[in-house]
Ligand binder design. Sequence first.
Ligand code: RB5
Length: 145
Amino acid sequence: MKIAIGCDHAGPALKAEIMTHFDEKGFEYVDFGIQEGEKADYPDKAKEVCEKVAAGEFDRAVLICGTGIGMSMCANKIKGIRAACCSDYFSAKYTRAHNDANVLCIGARVVGAGLAIELVDVFLDTQFEGGRHQRRVDKISELEK
Ligand code: RB5
C-alpha cells in the first residue's frame, strides 16, 4: 500500500511521529511536507496530496492540520476523495469499513501522538466491507457529478 502524508504548520511534529511509526513498520510512504519552521495553508496541501490519491498514485493519505477539519473540508472537494476527520478509534475503523474512506485527517491540536498512531493503524488495517455499503459509496460518487 502506498501512503501519502502531509500537513500544514500545525502538524510537522505529529507528522514526524507518524512517519517514525511508518518507518518502524516498513510502510511505503511519501512525505509531502511541510517541515518544522515552514508555513503552508491547509487548502494548498490538501489539494496537492489529494490530487495524487485521486490520480491513483497513492492508495491512502494522512493529512494533519490543527483540527483536522480544514484538511477534511478541502480534501472532500477533490473528486474521488472520501476524507474523514477522526479523533476516535471507532470512527477511524468504520469510515474504512463503511465509507471506504481513502484519506484520514487528524487534528494535531486535538489528539496526542499515541492516539494518532492508533487511528492511522486502524485506518490502514481495516478493509471496506462492500455489500450494502458499496451502494451508498456509489451514491457519494453520484453527488460529485
Ligand atoms: C492553522 O493555524 C489552523 O487554522 C489549521 O491548522 C486548521 O486547524 C484548520 O482547520
